[in-house]
Design a protein around this ligand. Structure first.
Ligand code: ABU
Length: 380
């Protein structure tokens, strides 16, 4: 590694990857029902109660095998791979403002951890069961922080997660009300406290897109703006109005290299927000239909069929895609990418696919301005 570059260094989603964390399914529990989440079974079992407590070892072992396969592929590409520390996710939480029967897992570091240049930020998170998830990554953070004085480390303010932080009736809104309210971006969290998941951000060098969603509110975006803009970043709130249950941007708007974003045809970006891309000659290319329908997704998976486009970039030329997503593999091949594949469907029920299950800490490269026509950031 080049000594002139801090050990933590990642400015976008595509530069050549050198160091990464790959999540783990070990010890995972079913996500509990709570004000910020109402998990549902899929397919023929839909409507029957969602399980609680630890996931069966057969499920965690299959997922861990696929996660190990991803780690091995990245290592074969010369990437250093770290794994989260084990945690007791079965432990009940009781804080002064909330309690929850069990926690979740450390399969998706992307949701809680983000590297912005030479800084690591721990997101506050939006769900009670994920309040302490950052702890699985603290050993890794300390190693980087101790190794290099240039590494910045920030933990965003933890919200109370009290009942008052949520709209308790959100999950019962009829579809017409959901449609009416989504244009004002009202979801299950209120605007009273700072809330964001790291996976609602997408890094484009100097510019960072942040999706307003069920897991990130406007106060969270304001916090990111105030924290990052003095350091030369521009924060852009982005919206995908046809997504009624938005959570995490990486199945919706996925940059693959300078000038190219993979987009979700069911969830177009708000047209005023597309402008900065089009004005700067970015191409927005719709992903092909996923191989599985929403009903065919694994029964405990809470993500959409668009996990198909949750790809992970090794470099601007190399991308990892789920093994059975052949239409997307073919499309990326036609776009000039070297496509690598790994099986990953057994990981889906643990919160995501390839991008979700990773947290890049070091990519080659520096902060670039990919939107030269911008003179100022958009207002929140
Ligand atoms: N955690 C990513 C899920 C996003 C989606 O279901 O579309």
């Amino acid at each position: 590694m080049n000594d002139n570059v801090p050990v933590v260094n990642s400015w976008n989603e595509w530069d050549p990857l050198r160091e990464v964390v790959v999540g783990s399914a070990t010890g995972a529990c079913f996500e509990p029902t709570e004000p910020g989440n109402r998990p549902q079974r899929r397919g023929s079992a839909s409507g029957t109660p969602f399980p609680t407590g630890p996931k069966p070892s057969e499920a965690t072992e299959k997922a861990d095998e696929e996660l190990a396969g991803l780690a091995a592929l990245l290592q074969s590409q010369g990437v250093t791979v770290h794994r989260p520390a084990p945690m007791n996710f079965g432990q009940r939480l009781e804080t002064p403002t909330f309690s929850v029967e069990n926690q979740y897992c450390a399969t998706c570091p992307r949701d809680v951890m983000i590297t912005i240049g030479n800084e690591i930020i721990e997101a506050p998170m939006s769900r009670r069961a994920r309040y302490f998830e950052y702890q699985a990554y603290r050993d890794i953070v300390y190693r980087y922080w101790n190794a290099d004085d240039r590494v910045r480390w920030t933990t965003a303010p933890k919200p109370s997660m009290s009942d008052a932080m949520y709209r308790s009736d959100f999950w019962d809104w009829p579809i017409e009300q959901r449609h009416a309210r989504m244009h004002s971006s009202e979801f299950c969290v209120t605007q009273d406290e700072v809330v964001f998941d790291a996976a609602d951000m997408s890094r484009f060098g100097r510019d960072i897109m942040v999706q307003e969603s069920m897991t990130t509110n406007r106060a969270g975006i304001r916090w990111l703006k105030r924290h990052l803009e003095p350091h030369g970043f521009r924060i852009h709130p982005v919206h995908f109005p046809l997504d009624y249950f938005p959570s995490h941007i990486d199945c919706t708007f996925v940059p693959l290299r300078p000038g190219l974003v993979l987009t979700n045809p069911d969830r177009p970006i708000e047209s005023s927000e597309a402008k900065m891309f089009l004005d700067n000659d970015w191409e927005l290319v719709d992903a092909p239909p996923p191989v599985l329908s929403n009903d065919e997704m694994p029964q405990y998976c809470q993500s959409s069929k668009w996990l198909s486009m949750n790809v992970f970039s090794i470099s601007p030329e190399k991308v990892v895609v789920e093994q059975r997503e052949t239409p997307l593999q073919d499309m990326l091949d036609r776009l000039g990418f070297e496509v690598y594949t790994v099986p990953f469907r057994n990981v889906f029920e643990f919160g995501g696919s390839l991008h979700c299950a990773t947290w890049d800490i070091h990519r080659e490269g520096t902060r670039e301005d990919y939107f030269p026509t911008l003179t100022q950031s958009l207002p929140v």
